[in-house]
Design a protein around this ligand. Structure first.
Ligand code: FE2
Length: 345
C-alpha cells in the first residue's frame, strides 16, 4: 500500500493519500485548499490517479481542498450523509466501505467533535479525523459537537479496535505523527476518565477560543458543490420531469454512475446501465461499451448519479470524447424521484 501523511503548518492539519499500487487509483483524506498544487504534484510523481477526495467532517480551521481537487482532476468528492456541505458527489453512512482500486476502508460514524464526523478503518490503522487525536480529542463545543456522543464514539467504537491499530489523526499541534489505540487508551489524558459524566464535565470546561479561520472556513466548506450552470447553459442537463418523459424511449440509455452500495440503498432507475464513475473513461473512449452505444447505435446517453455532480462531470467528459448528444440528470436520482419517477430495488 502507498500511504502518505502530509502536513499543513498553518492549520496543523494532516492530509492522507492512499493507494494500493503505483499506477493505480488513489484517494485523499482531508485535503487543505492551499496545498492542492502540492498534492497534485505528488500524485503525478507517484503515478497515481486521484479518484476520491474525502473529508472526515466539515472543517472549521481550514478551507477544504475537495472542490478544487474535483475541478482539477474530476475526482469524486465524498463526505458523510450528515454533512451540511451543499453538494458532495457521494455521501457515506456508518457501515459503508470507502473504496478505490485495491483498497476498502470501513466507514465508522463517530459523531461528537461535529455531528458529521467519520473515521476510516484499515486492518492495521485508522484515520481518526478530529474524533481522536494523539493525547487529545477533538473539541465538542461547536458545529453540533456533543461530548456524550464523542465519548460513545471513542469508547464504544474506536477503543474496541485492536490495541496495535495505528492511529492517524486529522490534526496535531505538538509534532506527533502517529500513535496506536493501546497507547491512547493508556496515555491520552482525556481518556483517563471513570465515567461518561466525567468526560462531559472535562470537555465542557476546556474554554477554548474559536479557531482563527472559523468565520471564513465554515461558510466556504459549506459551499463546495460543482458549478453546474455552465453544463446547463450548454443544454447538456435535463430535469427530473424531462428525464421521465425520455424514459422508455429506445434511443435513450440511462447510465447510473453510482457505486453498488448507493444503488442498493437508494434504488435505481429501471432499465438503466451501471457504469461506476471511476470506470467511465474506459467506457466512453473508442472500444468502450458506451462509445459503441452512442456512436455505433446512435443512442443518447443520459447519465445520472446521486446529486448530479458525477453526471455533470460525465457529460462533460462525454463531450470531450465526441459523444456530443449526451445529457445528464440534474439533481440526480432525487430529482427523478421528486418528478414521480419509478425506482427499482
Ligand atoms: Fe475539526
Amino acid at each position: 500500500m502507498i500511504f502518505r501523511q502530509l502536513f499543513d503548518q498553518t492549520s496543523g492539519t494532516y492530509t492522507y493519500i492512499l493507494a494500493s499500487r503505483p499506477g493505480g487509483e488513489a484517494l485523499i483524506v482531508d485535503p487543505v485548499l492551499e496545498k492542492v498544487d502540492r498534492y497534485l504534484t505528488l500524485l503525478r510523481e507517484l503515478d497515481l490517479r486521484l479518484v476520491k477526495a474525502v473529508d472526515t467532517h466539515l472543517h472549521a480551521d481550514h478551507v477544504t481542498g475537495l472542490g478544487a481537487l474535483r475541478d482539477r482532476t474530476r475526482c469524486i468528492t465524498v463526505m458523510g450523509e450528515q454533512t451540511k456541505a451543499d453538494v458532495v458527489s457521494m455521501r457515506l453512512a456508518d457501515g459503508d466501505r470507502l473504496t478505490v482500486e485495491g483498497l476498502a476502508l470501513d466507514v465508522l460514524y463517530t459523531p461528537g467533535h461535529t455531528d458529521d464526523s467519520y473515521c476510516f478503518v484499515l486492518p492495521d490503522r485508522v484515520l481518526t479525523g478530529d474524533t481522536l487525536l494523539i493525547r487529545g480529542t477533538g473539541r465538542t463545543d461547536f458545529q453540533n459537537g456533543d461530548p456524550r456522543q464523542q465519548y460513545e464514539s471513542i469508547f464504544g467504537r474506536l477503543l474496541r479496535l485492536p490495541d496495535r491499530t495505528l492511529v492517524y489523526p486529522g490534526h496535531d499541534y505538538k509534532g506527533d505523527t502517529v500513535s496506536t489505540i493501546g497507547e491512547e487508551r493508556a496515555h491520552n489524558p482525556r481518556l483517563q476518565v471513570k465515567s461518561i459524566e466525567e468526560y462531559v464535565e472535562l470537555m465542557n470546561n476546556l474554554k477554548l477560543a474559536n479557531p482563527k479561520m472559523m468565520d471564513v472556513a465554515v461558510p466556504a466548506n459549506m459551499k463546495i458543490g460543482l458549478q453546474q450552470e455552465a453544463v446547463a447553459r450548454q443544454g447538456w442537463a435535463v430535469g427530473g420531469a424531462e428525464a421521465l418523459a425520455l424514459a422508455g424511449r429506445p434511443d435513450i440509455v440511462f447510465v447510473d454512475l453510482r457505486e453498488q452500495s448507493e444503488r442498493e440503498r437508494h434504488g435505481v432507475i429501471p432499465g438503466s446501465l451501471h457504469v461506476p464513475y471511476p470506470e467511465l473513461a474506459g467506457q466512453i473512449g473508442e472500444g468502450g461499451t458506451l462509445f459503441a452505444l452512442a456512436r455505433g447505435e446512435g443512442r443518447t446517453l443520459l447519465f445520472y448519479c446521486a446529486y448530479g455532480e458525477r453526471s455533470a462531470m460525465a457529460v462533460q467528459a462525454a463531450q470531450d470524447s465526441a459523444l456530443a448528444g449526451s445529457r445528464h440528470l440534474e439533481g440526480g436520482i432525487s430529482a427523478w424521484r421528486s418528478a414521480g419517477g419509478p425506482v427499482a430495488r
